[in-house]
Every structure is written in C-alpha cells, then in structure tokens.
Design a protein around this ligand. Structure first.
Ligand code: UD1
Ligand code: CA
Length: 469
C-alpha cells in the first residue's frame, strides 16, 4: 500500500425510519439523483473507486444495483446496530489504509473541495480523528460538538441531541457525520464502543470521547457553508435540500449566461447543461442529463427529460420531451409530445398536439397540427398536414413508415405501415395509404365525393308534408 493511503467509507446501511417510506433512505432522490449517488459523485472527484467502500444493509441489493456502475466496493452490515458498528464492519477491508474518510449516505450536498480540505486538515493536525462541523441556522436533531476549549481545534466529545444536558442545548456547532480517522488508532479503540444510549446503538460519535480519553488528538474543522452538510432524515428535509440544490444549479447556469425567470419555480436537475443566452420561462423543468444549447427559448410548463436540444430552438408552452433530440433552429409546440427516439431536424417544426415516437424528421420538415408520427423516417422539406396519422401498430407488431424528401401529405391522411412515400410525392387529404407511393406521384385513396343538387329543398318539403298529414 502507498504511504498515506486514504480509504473512503460511505455509511448507507440504515433504513431511514424517520422517512416512513418503503424505500431505503439513500435511494430517495433529490435534484433527480439518489442521495447516495450525490455523495459518490463528490467522493469520486477526489478518490479512486477501488478505494471507496459503501456499507450496505437495509435493501442492500437495490442500493448496490443503483450505484454498481461507479465501480466502488460494497461491505455488508447485515444488522444495523449503529454508525459505530457500520465502521466496525469495515475493519478487514481498510486494513491497508493509513487513514479512513467516513461519510454519511444521507448528507448529499458535500462538495469535493470540502473533502479535500478535511483530509488536508487531518494530516496537518496529525489527528487520530478529525470531524467536519458546521453551524446551521437550526442545529436541532444533530449531534453537538463539545470543544476542549472555545479557541482550540480540539474536541472533547460529541453529544447526540437526545443526550444533551440542559446547559448543552445552546451549542450551535453540529457534527456533520463526516470524519477522517487514523486507521490503526481507530481500530485499536473501536471495540470500546457501548450501546448504552437512547437507541441502543453503537454510535461512531462516541469515538471522539474514547480517543480523547486515550490521549489521542481529536479535532474539528468547521465548514464555511452549513448547507453542504445538512442531513436528510425526513421527506421535508429532503425537499429542502432538493430546493437548495436546484437553486445552486440555477445560480450556476445564470452565472454562465442563462436567463431563468423566477428560478424558484423551475425544476432543474444537477447534471443539466444550458448554453448562454437561452431563456427559461417560469415553471420549466429540465431533468436527467438534458442538454439545451445557446439562444433557445423554453416557454412555461415544458418538461424536458434526458433530451438534447440544439441552438436557437423555440420550445413553446407545455411540451413534453423525453429522450428526444432537437436540431438547431427547430420549433416545438405548444402542447407537443416528443417521446423516446424522436429526432427533430434543424429548422423543423412540430406544432400543437403533435406526438412523435421513434420518429426522425429531416431538415426544415413540418408537422404543425394534431398528428401522430411513430416509427417513421421523414426526409427534409416535407409538409405533414393536420391530423395525419402513421398507423404503425397492427395489434401485434410495430411497422415502419418511410417518407422521402419534399413530400406533401395532405390533412387527415392515414399512412398504414409498413408503407413508403418516395421523394416529391403527394398524398391527397383524407387518403388511406396502404401501398407504396412512387417518386413524384400523387396518391389518392379516399371515397369519391357525390353531390346531390337540390337535396335539402326536397328533404324539407318531404318533412313538411309528413307534419301536415
Ligand atoms: C448522525 C450522527 C450525528 C450527526 C448526524 C449528521 C451518530 C450516532 N450520529 O446522526 O451526530 O449530527 O449523523 O447527519 O452517528 N447507518 C449505517 N448503519 C447503521 C446506522 C446508520 O450504515 O447501523 C448509516 C445510515 O444509512 C446513514 C448514516 O449512517 O446514511 C447516518 O445514520 P443516521 O441514522 O441518519 O444518523 P443521524 O441520526 O442522522
Ligand atoms: Ca442522518
């Protein structure tokens, strides 16, 4: 092992009783990502995945599956006997490391810079235990820090909320649940932990007093920003963190030249990117790994998820984009629904009440009103009239429709797939198309119109006669 090797542990085995949820706490999402993923994302910016150990217990399989792609190790804590016990479970796995960074899976806003600062402080202080602390507006519920003296970095003990004596209630410095330990010292003393407390658990926090009693150095480093160590124990707390994180994302985007009107009403996930001079109106949602380009205008109530939007795109009100790609200069909506694998070409138009799915629309093509386009490839310069439907489903299988360049499909045409319309062809309005249409041809597939002159007059006369008889 390398000298000064830091191993990292993330405690994620707890149930999260206070959430009153069927799902493990660390799998609850804020800003579009599970709590545990937020912690891992921060950790993996400063550590290699093979040095990271996630302690799992409650719903271990689901938790492992959720973050397996990161390549970290998992350590089982089959019985959740407390945070101290979780660290006891790590003993064999972190033996080779000199120091152990411990984080909580439910403290998701921690920044990589702060982790670095904590590790550096721990080393400079040559401490056995270094605690990251903060002074949030409301310290209630957190373990409190008893400093050895008001001015020294040394800590005498951590006292949990329920164990606070009357004269300790006022202490505003809290334990973040994030620590660095010197590995050999930690495990020399960890078996002194006792579960004689309100929850009958082995508290990791008791290590502060234990190490100090053994004349080991225990110190605290206070964060400059208390928000980043706020914990998420209830749904309400989670939604506060969610709002804080989304506001952070909105601020980052605004600093990059994005206009976000009424940012507090917008829901923007942490990994979303938006180019400068794009305007987001109130109540826009940008979710997942959505990328929006420059000079776009996204109007109110549109929800864009896992989609790529080019530059100079207009998304009018109340559109839903899901796994879709939109080219430069296109315009979408209002009330359009782009479902997965929709690829809207540059300068194309998708208008009101148009639904697309697995549909490719070429450069400058238009489908402006009331249309369903599914399993279809459409070339460039096409016009798809109002009410056109690709009939892609025969009740068992999906079938494709091929449309060439510069094709004109009249209103209310039904295209029964599999079918193709070659370049420069025309389809008459209200046609039902079941056969291929060759290039440059006009296809008509509808009942011929019959006109009966004077029919209304005759009918009225007949009705009149019936009444008077
Ligand atoms: C803990 C600290 C408290 C601190 C707070 C910061 C203890 C005893 N208290 O309290 O001082 O202010 O965090 O947020 O540590 N876990 C396990 N195995 C277990 C129990 C818990 O892996 O047996 C995990 C949980 O999944 C969670 C983390 O450890 O991710 C913290 O546990 P939690 O019960 O939330 O501790 P708090 O009561 O918040
Ligand atoms: Ca907690």
């Amino acid at each position: 092992m390398e000298p000064n090797l830091f191993a990292t542990a993330i405690l994620a085995a707890g149930k999260g009783t206070r959430l009153k949820s069927k799902r493990a706490k660390v799998l609850h999402s804020i800003a579009g990502k599970p709590l545990l993923q937020h912690v891992l994302d921060a950790v993996l910016q400063v550590t290699r995945p093979d040095q990271v150990f996630v302690v799992v217990g409650h719903q271990a399989e689901e938790v492992e599956r959720a973050v397996a792609a990161t390549g970290v190790h998992f350590v089982a804590q089959t019985q959740q006997l407390g945070t101290g016990h979780a660290v006891q479970c790590l003993r064999e796995f972190v033996r080779g490391a000199t120091d152990l960074l411990v984080l909580s899976g439910d403290v998701p806003l921690i920044r990589p810079e702060t982790i670095e600062r904590l590790r550096a402080f721990h080393q400079a202080q040559q401490a056995a235990m270094t605690i990251l602390t903060a002074r949030p507006e409301n310290p209630f519920g957190y373990g409190r820090i008893l400093r050895a003296s008001p001015t020294s970095p040394e800590v005498a003990a951590i006292v949990e909320q329920k164990a606070l004596a009357a004269d300790q209630q006022h202490i505003g410095e809290i334990n973040s649940g994030i620590y660095v330990f010197r590995v050999n010292t930690l495990y020399r003393y960890i078996d002194s932990l006792q579960a004689n407390n309100a929850h009958g658990e082995y508290y990791l926090t008791d290590m502060a007093a234990i190490l100090r009693a053994a004349d080991e150095r225990v110190v605290a480093l206070e964060t400059t920003d208390a928000t980043e160590v706020l914990g998420a124990n209830t749904i309400a707390e989670m939604m506060e963190l969610d709002a804080a994180l989304r506001m952070q994302t909105a601020r980052r985007l605004m600093a990059q030249g994005v206009t976000i009107q009424r940012p507090e009403t917008c829901v923007i996930d942490a990994d979303v990117t938006v180019g400068p001079d794009t305007i987001l109106e109130p109540f826009v949602q940008l979710l997942g790994n959505t990328c929006v380009g420059e000079d776009c205008h996204i109007r109110s109530y549109s929800v864009i998820q896992n989609s790529t939007v080019g530059n100079k795109v207009l998304v009018r009100n109340s559109c839903i984009l899901d796994d879709a790609t939109v080219g430069d200069g296109a315009s979408i909506g209002p009330f359009a629904h782009l479902r997965p694998a929709s690829e809207i070409g540059a300068g194309a138009h998708i208008g009101n009440f148009v639904e697309t799915k697995k549909a490719r629309l070429g450069i400058g093509s238009k489908a402006n009103h009331l249309t369903y386009l599914g399993d279809v490839e459409i070339g460039s310069g096409c016009n798809i009239g109002a009410g056109v439907i690709t009939c892609n489903y025969d009740g068992v299988h999906k079938h494709p429709t091929q449309i060439g360049d510069r094709v004109f499909v009249g209103s209310n045409a039904t295209l029964v797939a599999p079918v193709s319309l070659a370049d420069d062809s025309y389809v008459a309005a209200a046609s039902c198309i079941t056969e291929p249409v060759p290039a440059g041809a006009l296809a008509l597939g509808r009942a011929r119109q019959t006109v009966k002159p004077g029919w209304v007059k005759q009918r009225r006369a007949a009705q009149q006669k019936k009444k008077s008889s």
